[in-house]
Design a protein around this ligand. Structure first.
Ligand code: ADP
Ligand code: MG
Ligand code: MG
Length: 251
C-alpha cells in the first residue's frame, strides 16, 4: 500500500529555492506522469521523496500512508516501499550488479535474507523478461553500461525489489524504440492495486506504452496543470512554451 501526499512542499539546494509549493497526491494503484521542461525541479522532487540530503525541505510536508516521510532515513523509506530510479544511475566499481541487487533486497527485508538460489532464479527470470544478457548480472554495477542498459537495469532492480511506490526519473531518456518497449513492459508488469508510480518524463512517447492515470505539468518549481493522459498529448502538439504563455497571461 502506498499513498503519498505532498503538501505545499518547498525545497532548496544550496540556498537556492527550487521547489516552491508543490502539491501532489498519489493513491494506491495509480501511475502518475510528471512532465515539464529542463531545470524545473522534477529531479529535485524525485530526490527529495527518496531523501537525498542535498535537497533541503524548507516548507510543507510529505506523508506516506499517514506517516511523516520527512522524518524517515533513506533506508527507512526503502523499507517502506519507496524506490527511486535515478536520472543518472550511479556507477560502482568493484561490486557486481547481482550482488548489489541482492544486498538491496536483503536490506529491504531486514528480518529475512533472500536465499541465494531463490535470488538467482528470480534474477534470471526477470532478466529474461527484460531481454537482458546474462553477463550483465556479473558486471560491475553500471560500469561501462550503455545508456539503455542502465535504464533497463533500473527496471530490473525495481522488479526484484517489488516496491510499492516507484519514482522513475527519465527512465525513457536515450532509449531506442525496442528498449523503450521493454522498459514499458517492465513497468506494466508491476501494475496492480498495490503499486503506484511517479514517472518523470519530457516526452509523450513513453506514455503511449505506459498509460498514466494522471498527468502533471511542472514549471518553475510548481505543478501548474494536472489532467488525464490527454494533457500529455496536448503538450506534444503545443509544447511547453504555449503553457508558459497561457500562465503569464493569467497572472
Ligand atoms: P529537472 O529534473 O526538472 O530538469 P532539476 O530538479 O534537476 O530539474 O533542477 C532544478 C534546478 O535546480 C536547476 O536549476 C538545477 O540547476 C538546480 N539543481 C538541481 N540539483 C542541484 C544541485 N545538486 N546543486 C545545485 N543546483 C542544483
Ligand atoms: Mg533535467
Ligand atoms: Mg531531471
Amino acid at each position: 500500500m502506498a499513498n503519498l501526499e505532498i503538501k505545499n512542499l518547498s525545497v532548496a539546494v544550496e540556498d537556492k529555492t527550487i521547489l516552491n509549493g508543490v502539491n501532489l497526491t498519489i493513491n494506491d494503484g495509480e501511475v502518475h506522469a510528471l512532465m515539464g521542461p529542463n531545470g524545473t525541479g522534477k529531479s529535485t522532487l524525485s530526490e527529495t521523496i527518496m531523501g537525498n540530503p542535498r535537497y533541503r525541505v524548507t516548507d510543507g510536508e510529505i506523508m506516506l500512508n499517514g506517516q511523516d516521510l520527512l522524518k524517515m532515513t533513506v533506508d527507512e523509506r526503502a523499507r517502506n516501499g519507496i524506490f527511486l530510479a535515478m536520472q543518472y544511475p550511479m556507477e560502482v566499481a568493484g561490486i557486481s550488479n547481482a550482488d548489489f541487487i541482492h544486498s538491496a533486497m536483503n536490506a529491504k527485508n531486514a528480518n529475512h535474507a533472500v536465499p541465494v538460489l531463490q535470488f538467482m532464479q528470480k534474477l534470471e527470470q526477470n532478466m529474461n523478461f527484460l531481454d537482458m544478457k546474462p553477463e550483465v548480472a556479473e558486471r560491475d554495477l553500471n560500469e561501462d553500461f550503455s545508456g539503455g542498459e542502465k535504464k533497463r537495469n533500473e527496471i530490473l532492480q525495481m522488479m526484484m525489489l517489488q516496491p510499492e511506490l516507484a519514482i522513475l526519473d527519465e527512465i525513457d531518456s536515450g532509449l531506442d524504440i525496442d528498449a523503450l518497449k521493454v522498459v514499458a513492459k517492465g513497468i506494466n508488469s508491476m501494475r496492480d492495486n498495490k503499486f503506484s508510480a511517479l514517472m518523470v518524463t519530457h516526452y509523450q512517447r513513453l506514455l503511449n506504452y505506459v498509460v498514466p492515470d494522471v498527468v502533471h505539468i511542472m514549471m518553475d518549481g510548481k505543478i501548474v496543470e494536472t489532467g488525464g493522459p490527454e494533457l500529455a498529448q496536448q503538450l506534444e502538439k503545443t509544447g511547453y512554451s504555449d503553457i508558459r504563455e497561457t500562465l503569464v497571461g493569467e497572472s
